[in-house]
Each structure stands twice: as structure tokens, then as C-alpha cells.
Design a protein around this ligand. Structure first.
Ligand SMILES: *[C@@H]1O[C@H](CO)[C@@H](O)[C@H](O)[C@H]1NC(C)=O
Ligand SMILES: *[C@@H]1O[C@H](CO)[C@@H](O)[C@H](O)[C@H]1NC(C)=O
Ligand SMILES: *[C@@H]1O[C@H](CO)[C@@H](O)[C@H](O)[C@H]1NC(C)=O
Ligand SMILES: *[C@@H]1O[C@H](CO)[C@@H](O)[C@H](O)[C@H]1NC(C)=O
Ligand SMILES: *[C@@H]1O[C@H](CO)[C@@H](O)[C@H](O)[C@H]1NC(C)=O
Length: 399
């Protein structure tokens, strides 16, 4: 009895320590903007990718692009949000998100036959993976997931121990990016559907090789590692979207935390948990004192402010929330949850522009190509996902 009271007191104390989620996460504008974006999509379908940097109007891309699964995916997340917070008096509750998402996903189906997105079939499969949580018998979604997994598996090289990220004119130049950790999920989902263990083994080999070569001893990461496909030797480590070859591109770092936490979720292999923790700790320790996540941790501090990347921040929020759920260490749950809530509090309010079509601004798509200070479809996706995750854990309420 006494112990129970003490436990209760501790849990109350802990819940008081947690930072509050920013109110924007559950603003009615979320449903309005996502719904409006569905309405503006042309026929044949194109998908939002980045906005311009002044008015926040979406630029659209053809389905054959690595980001095109994120908007249909956001629709599925809104369907989940509706179940959590639905209300017949508002747009969240009255919109048929499932119908909108299903119909938008159909524009991705032709990519199972022919596409130019390489390893990113993993990202494209997200809406189909979501569909299977709603209707596990949907044969269209099952086929899409299995086909995308087969395409990713076909990019595996057993000498290198990775699936190839980018195609190159010299086929022995085998380039792998840290982002590719995110694409492994489709292999696990397909392995569960088909009982084909090979798919899972490919994901594990890819993660092991990436763990050995992409991560520096301080927990930071390279964006690109180039392997020789005949010898398996990692002969070059460099950046593509970051500030320099020796810097740490923040979104890549966040993909890594998420990817390794997800590998731990699937395999319970301790080294993946260690890597996810190390990468997350680097992310937290290198966050500037104002809490704003820059596009690269080593980018110069001037001119002020250096471009932020809210997409990296939102992705890291979800990576930390995954660690909060699966890291078994004492105190880990509150530690990672708090880190996630702090990231939200520091990176959402300044990027909330009510007149923009995107939910957030201040994303960096590609700084070396001068594409920054925009909305990003995957930043919005991970923003909505973060809200859903907090709701599912009873860490916040719908309004
Ligand atoms: C199955 O999923 C596809 C897209 O993934 C969707 O277009 C279709 O409506 C779904 N069918 C059923 C019966 O749920
Ligand atoms: C399992 O997946 C691998 C990789 O896609 C494929 O080569 C193999 O044929 C599959 N095995 C079966 C029994 O379908
Ligand atoms: C990979 O190694 C082979 C054999 O040593 C060599 O011929 C080839 O040029 C190398 N490729 C690259 C990209 O370094
Ligand atoms: C966010 O972007 C705007 C331009 O849209 C810029 O003026 C502002 O300084 C940025 N905020 C941060 C914290 O980077
Ligand atoms: C959240 O609260 C609901 C209602 O009290 C409860 O049914 C559910 O189990 C809780 N979920 C978690 C993850 O604590």
C-alpha cells in the first residue's frame, strides 16, 4: 500500500517534469491544410514535395520520386488521428481520410513495375504498410509491399553487405547513404507476409555494414560511404547534402537514430540499441543552446540564423519516441520522451506559418543546391506522426 502510494507520487512527479507538447501539434489547421492539399492535387496525380520559401505554396512532383509516398502516408496518419480525436463538428472528424489516402496511393502502384527511385522503394511503401494495419488482407497493398521489398532486395550485394543506394556509371562504385536505413522496414514487413527469411537477413546485413562504416566513434555519421562492389572495401566517406565530408548532416543523423532504433525493435540486437543511443546522444549534445536544429551540426554559425531543418527535428522526435518505447534501461523512457518534447517545443512554434500550405516551414531539402527555408512533405509527415504517438501514449490530449 505504502509502496503503491510512493510509486504513484513518483509517477506524478515524473509527469510534471515532462515538457508540454506545443499546441500547434493539434491545431484545427492541421486537418484543414492537409485536406486542402489533397484538394489541389492534379489528375493525373502529382504529390507535394517542397514549398517555395516566401509564400509556402507546394511544388508538385511526379509519383516517380523518392518523397511521393509521404503525402498519401500523411493521409493515413490523419485517418489514425481521426480515430484518436475525431469530432463530427470539425474537418478532422468529417473528412474521409481513408478514401483520400487509398485513392492517392493508387498513383504509386505503377512504380512496382518500373521506377527510377532505387532504394527509395522503402519510403514509397509506407502508405501500403499503413493500409495493411487497417486491412491486413488487402491484396493490392500486400502485392505492392512484396514487390517493393523484392526490388530493394535485388539491390543487395553480398560482398559489400548492403543494398545499393545510388546507381553510378561505374557499377563497381557502390554508394550507400545513411538514409537507406529507413528503407529496411519494407523488408521486415514483407518477410512477415511471405515468411521469406532472406529479406530479413538482407536488412540485418545492411544494418551491420552501415553500423561498421557510417558511424564515427563519437556517434556522429557520414552521409555517404562508397564501397568497391568487387572487393567490398569502403574506399570513400563523404557528404552529399551536408556541409563537408567530415561534418554531420542533421537529417542523416536523425535517419540513423530512427533506423537503428527500428532495427532494435525488430531484432532486439543489443548493438543496434547501442548505436541508436549513441547517435541520439550525439544529436542531443550537439543541439545548439537555442534548441533550433540546424541543417548540419557543423555548418558555420554565420550568417545568422544559419538555415534550420525542421524535418530533421521532426524525424528525431519520432526516433526519440521509438527509443522511449523500446530502450529497456531504467529511466530511458522519460529521458527520450523529454528529449522528444523539447525538440518539438523548440522547433515547431517558429516554423508555424498559418498562411503556408505546408504545416511547417524552415525545412532544408538540400542546402548545397540552395534549397532551404521551405516546407517539406516529410517534415509534415513526421510532425503529424509525432502528435499521434504522443496521443497513443496518453502524453497529451487532442486539443
Ligand atoms: C487496398 O489498398 C489500395 C491501396 O493500397 C486501395 O486503393 C484500395 O482501396 C484498398 N482496397 C480495399 C478493399 O481496402
Ligand atoms: C526470398 O527473397 C529473396 C530476395 O528477394 C528471393 O531471391 C528469393 O527467391 C525469395 N525466396 C522465396 C522462397 O520466395
Ligand atoms: C574496385 O576494385 C576493382 C578491382 O581491384 C578495380 O578494378 C575497380 O576499379 C575498383 N572500383 C572503384 C570504384 O574503385
Ligand atoms: C525561419 O524561416 C524564416 C524565413 O521563412 C526566417 O526569417 C527565420 O529566421 C527562420 N527561423 C529560424 C529559427 O531559423
Ligand atoms: C491511455 O489511456 C486509455 C484510457 O484511459 C487507456 O485505455 C490506455 O491503455 C492508455 N494507454 C497507454 C499507452 O497508457
Amino acid at each position: 500500500m505504502k509502496l503503491q502510494i510512493i510509486a504513484l507520487k513518483i509517477s506524478i512527479l515524473v509527469s510534471h517534469v515532462l515538457a508540454a507538447a506545443p499546441a500547434q501539434l493539434f491545431s484545427p489547421l492541421v486537418a484543414q491544410k492537409v485536406h486542402n492539399t489533397f484538394k489541389l492535387l492534379p489528375n493525373p496525380l502529382q504529390f507535394p514535395h517542397t514549398t517555395d520559401s516566401t509564400k509556402g505554396a507546394w511544388g508538385l512532383v511526379d509519383p516517380n520520386w523518392w518523397t511521393s509516398g509521404f503525402f498519401p502516408g500523411t493521409g493515413y496518419l490523419m485517418n489514425t488521428r481521426k480515430a484518436l480525436c475525431g469530432d463530427p463538428t470539425n474537418e478532422l472528424g468529417t473528412t474521409d481520410w481513408l478514401a483520400l489516402s487509398r485513392s492517392a496511393s493508387n498513383a504509386l502502384l505503377s512504380l512496382t513495375d518500373k521506377n527510377g527511385i532505387g532504394h527509395d522503394v522503402g519510403f514509397i511503401s509506407f502508405p501500403f504498410i499503413e493500409e495493411l494495419t487497417i486491412n491486413p488482407n488487402n491484396q493490392t497493398a500486400i502485392n505492392a509491399v512484396n514487390r517493393f521489398a523484392g526490388l530493394l532486395a535485388a539491390r543487395f550485394n553480398s560482398v559489400v553487405g548492403c543494398t545499393r543506394s545510388w546507381d553510378t556509371s561505374d557499377p563497381t562504385d557502390f554508394q550507400v547513404i545513411i538514409d537507406n536505413m529507413m528503407n529496411l522496414e519494407v523488408l521486415f514487413v514483407s518477410a512477415a507476409l511471405t515468411r521469406n527469411k532472406t529479406l530479413e537477413n538482407i536488412a540485418i546485413r545492411h544494418a551491420d555494414t552501415t553500423q561498421a562504416n557510417h558511424i564515427r566513434s563519437d556517434g556522429s555519421s557520414w552521409h555517404v560511404v562508397e564501397y568497391n562492389s568487387t572487393t567490398g572495401v569502403a574506399f570513400k566517406k563523404r557528404t552529399a547534402q551536408g556541409y563537408s565530408d567530415s561534418s554531420t548532416w542533421t537529417r542523416g543523423q536523425a535517419w540513423g537514430v530512427y533506423g537503428f532504433a527500428n532495427m532494435y525493435r525488430h531484432t532486439q540486437k543489443a548493438s543496434y540499441l547501442d548505436t541508436a543511443r549513441k547517435m541520439a546522444t550525439y544529436f542531443i549534445n550537439n543541439t545548439p543552446s537555442d534548441g533550433v536544429i540546424p541543417w548540419d551540426f557543423n555548418a558555420p554559425l554565420t550568417p545568422t540564423p544559419r538555415p534550420a531543418d525542421t524535418s530533421a527535428a521532426m524525424l528525431a522526435v519520432n526516433a526519440f519516441l521509438m527509443l522511449a518505447q523500446y530502450d529497456p534501461a531504467a529511466g530511458a523512457k522519460d529521458k527520450w520522451t523529454n528529449a522528444a518534447l523539447q525538440l518539438l517545443g523548440n522547433n515547431v512554434p517558429f516554423a508555424w506559418k498559418t498562411s503556408w500550405q505546408s504545416l511547417l516551414s524552415n525545412g532544408t531539402s538540400n542546402k548545397p543546391s540552395n534549397n532551404f527555408n521551405t516546407g517539406l512533405v516529410y517534415g509534415d509527415y513526421y510532425f503529424v506522426l509525432a502528435g499521434n504517438e504522443l496521443l497513443k501514449r496518453n502524453l497529451t490530449t487532442c486539443s
